[in-house]
Ligand binder design. Structure first.
Ligand code: FPP
Length: 248
């Protein structure tokens, strides 16, 4: 019985590893930057779709700390695309009352990208119903390292007890301290790995992998992922019986 139980609560937070722009471009004889441009179009549509489907938190892996090792021309194109995306999309985010956040070592991004990000985040900071988080120069391992340093500092200043064994005392130093953990993580393009994305936050996330390349991922695909999520039984360490009868 427990294995068949279905829960209909929609995911509150979806994280997406947007993969496959390069292959999408190659299949069509285009340059990789062209693939990223198409990927940005898909990103716009998915932000809208999430709102239409009532997903309050969306976190997108837009540039990993490891992506700096790509050819200079591609890195440059991705940074320019980010600035272009922010300059075009901020108006839409405001109209839709979406708050923009960024996670990662933002201070290492080019100055112009940092300025564009800060401007967009400031313009949307009053909103609280919808949250879009861009993971930029993001690495989960770096995040843990940065949090560990801040945690040690909090202990030495007396802000946190050295006796604590409470995860929440550590988690408040993660970049994501103000957003809930993801319920569902989607990766496109057929790859089935997590690639240093939200490792701590995905401890109890459900995962959905699709062969669809990111530029082709659309609202119908998102609905398919959510339908699959609905069939999962999230137990959080409990038994299936406890989940079926929460008061037992
Ligand atoms: C991975 O595909 C994708 C990225 C490294 C960049 C993601 C960027 C976008 C989707 C567009 C821009 C988004 C914003 C928010 C501006 P890949 O290049 O690794 O594809 P491949 O594995 O097929 O080569």
């Amino acid at each position: 019985m427990s294995g068949e139980s279905i829960h209909y609560i929609d995911p509150q937070h979806i994280g997406i590893i947007m993969d496959g722009n390069g292959r999408w471009a190659k299949q069509r004889g285009h340059s990789r930057p062209r693939g990223h441009k198409e990927g940005a179009q898909a990103t716009r549509k998915i932000i809208d779709a999430c709102q239409e489907l009532g997903i309050r938190y969306l976190t997108l892996y837009a540039f990993s700390a490891e992506n700096w090792s790509r050819p200079d021309i591609e890195v440059k194109a991705l940074m320019e695309l980010l600035e272009f995306f922010l300059s075009r999309e901020t108006k839409t985010l405001i109209k839709r009352r979406v708050r923009l956040h960024a996670i990662g070592r933002i201070e290492e991004l080019p100055n112009s990208a940092q300025r564009a990000l800060k401007k967009a985040m400031a313009a949307t900071e009053e909103f609280d119903d919808w949250h879009l988080t861009l993971a930029l120069n993001y690495s989960s391992r770096n995040e843990v390292l940065d949090a560990a340093k801040a945690f040690a500092q909090a202990i030495s200043s007396g802000e946190t007890s050295p006796e604590t064994r409470d995860w929440a005392d550590f988690a408040k130093h993660l970049y994501t301290s103000k957003i809930p953990d993801p319920d569902l993580i989607i990766r496109t393009s057929g790859e089935t790995r997590i690639s240093n994305f939200l490792l701590m936050q995905s401890a109890y996330s459900e995962f959905y992998f699709t062969d669809t390349l990111w530029p082709d991922f659309d609202k119908a695909q998102l609905e398919k992922a959510i339908a699959c999520y609905h069939k999962r039984e999230r137990r959080f360490g409990k038994t299936g019986e406890q989940i079926a009868q929460p008061t037992a």
